[in-house]
Ligand binder design. Structure first.
Ligand code: BES
Ligand code: MN
Ligand code: ZN
Length: 498
């Protein structure tokens, strides 16, 4: 879709459709009230006829209104004004886009940004969330379908702002919204691809391809298993050797500034399929373990978003990519491996493989002397139990970094919730046979996974984001699929570093 910013009187706007908001109990937004006046009460007429009360996501089309330059007005419900929040705003945009696509609308002017519920920067954020939600609503996964759905009609979206002085904010909202949406969509697409297509090799090729399309600022390097042996990544390689699919260690580097700045390093779990290994997973729902590379996809998406937004930052993305599979060489419970850090690990459960590939990637991250390291992983089923699909699990010993990430989640509407990473939990990883075990028993499984990773990040400013519950919508419904989270959260964090 094409986006542009627009100002000027609402009754002079041209095009197929003008979108305005109505709050619950039939309260017109400021823009809606203006349009209503200009059209001689066409909007109030719909409301009075009982057609609309403003519940979130309700839509009504007013055809051929008098006194306006557009052919239709789409009224969209914004919910209760007192409870007005980003959730409702995004829901309203989604409903508007769906309803216009149904109605065959090709271009639309959204007059919703001024209503965006934020203390400041509301035009910037309102426009940005409009673009992000519109892109998300239009996304369809079709790569592996033989028949593609017909193209959706809505092609052009104008984001309206009332004050001339807000043009820069609106344009920035479009640029950032588009960059974030592009990154998020890329993450969704990679996540949704089946594991027989999206292999570690495929991910490596994607990194190279992305680097090619973004010119000099973005480079990609793909290490193979021989390189990993040389680096002594014994933990990652122990998982890799259980699969016939060759593992890759993907390194992406974005230099958006010539100033010498310590990079932010993102590390994403790129487990392209998790069978569980010898500690085999049960059959129901195992197909969803193709999504076990969504942390890695999130890193691809965040790197893409940063490049699209041309952020003046230095960013490194690391994605250890492998399958967790069962062949004659697969890890066995009780095996002890030596990680790149020199620390040894007793593998008590081969299904706790994510931490076995992340630890070596975290050790590799040290060479960048990073300003911060953030790892993203679909790491524990326990996180889904604790937080469900609404919040990602955040763990860090660095309060300032944790606060920054939580705030980024709020602003971007891609929220996380912090869990404690107290040393009290560390002893759950004790074993007689190695420096640590790879599992810590059934209590606090998300936290003990974080504790495991913390042993590889001593001295670095580090945070861990468990996206097991948020990276995809599970089950059999029409919503099933990758969400592209936490690309918005990471993008916001990176915007704040620029
Ligand atoms: N990829 C899974 C975690 C997962 C499971 C994410 C279900 C989303 C939904 C991870 O590799 C795993 O299997 N973790 C184990 C750890 C356990 C053995 C300590 C888990 O959560 O069961
Ligand atoms: Mn597993
Ligand atoms: Zn896994």
């Amino acid at each position: 879709m094409d986006y542009q910013s627009k100002t000027g009187a609402l009754d002079k706007q041209r095009g197929n459709c003008l979108v305005v908001g109505v709050f619950e109990k039939r309260k017109l937004s400021t823009a809606a009230a203006d349009v209503d006046k200009a059209s001689g009460g066409a909007l109030k007429a719909v409301i009075q006829a009982g057609g609309m009360d403003g519940r979130t996501g309700q839509t009504r089309i007013v055809y051929q209104p008098e006194g306006l330059g557009v052919r239709q007005v789409l009224m969209v419900g914004l919910g209760e004004k007192k409870k007005w929040n980003v959730n409702a705003f995004r829901e309203a945009i989604t409903a508007a886009v769906n309803s216009m696509n149904d109605a065959g609308v090709r271009d639309a002017v959204f007059a919703l940004a001024p209503e965006f519920p934020a203390a400041d920067d509301s035009i910037y954020l309102g426009v940005r969330h409009t673009v992000e939600a519109a892109e998300a609503a239009a996304y369809r996964f079709e790569e592996t379908k033989s028949k593609k759905a017909p193209a959706q009609p809505l092609k052009k979206v104008s984001c309206w702002y009332p004050e001339r002085g807000d043009k820069a904010a609106a344009d920035r909202g479009i640029r950032h919204g588009h960059g974030i949406a592009t990154g998020q969509q890329y993450a969704r697409e990679l996540g949704n691809l089946p594991a027989n297509v999206c292999t570690p090799t495929y991910l490596g090729q994607q990194a190279k391809k992305m680097a090619r399309t973004h010119g000099k600022k973005l480079t990609a390097k793909v290490l193979n298993e021989t390189d990993m042996k040389r680096l002594k990544m014994g933990s990652l390689l122990s998982v890799a050797k259980g699969s016939d699919e060759p593992a890759k260690f993907i390194v992406m580097e974005y230099k958006g500034t010539t100033r010498k700045r310590r990079p932010h390093v993102l590390v994403g779990k790129g487990l392209t399929f998790d069978t569980g290994g010898i500690s085999l997973k049960p059959a129901p729902g195992m197909d969803e373990m193709k999504f076990d590379m969504c942390g890695g996809a999130g890193v691809f998406g965040a790197v893409k978003a940063a490049a699209e937004m041309e952020l003046p930052i230095h960013l490194v993305g690391l994605v250890p990519a492998t399958e967790n599979h069962i062949n004659g060489k697969a890890n066995k419970p009780g095996d002890v491996v030596t990680s790149m850090s020199g620390q040894t690990v007793e593998i008590l459960n081969t299904d706790a493989e994510g931490r076995l590939i992340l630890n070596d990637a975290l050790t590799y991250a040290r060479r960048y002397d990073p300003a911060a390291v953030i790892d993203i992983a679909t790491l524990t089923g326990a996180c889904v139990i604790a937080l469900g699909k609404h919040a990602s699990g955040l763990m860090s010993k660095h309060d300032d970094l944790a606060e920054e990430l939580l705030a980024a989640g709020e602003t971007s509407h891609d929220r996380a919730w912090r869990l404690p990473l107290w040393d009290d939990y560390q002893s759950q990883l004790d074993t007689n046979f190695a420096d640590m075990a790879n599992v810590g028993g059934k209590e606090a499984g998300t936290i003990t996974a974080g504790c495991f990773l913390s042993r590889y990040t001593e001295g670095m400013r580090w945070a861990h984001v468990d996206v097991a519950g948020t990276a995809w919508i599970s089950g059999g419904g029409p919503q099933k699929g990758a969400t592209g989270r936490p690309v918005p959260l990471l993008s916001q964090y990176l915007i704040n570093q620029a």
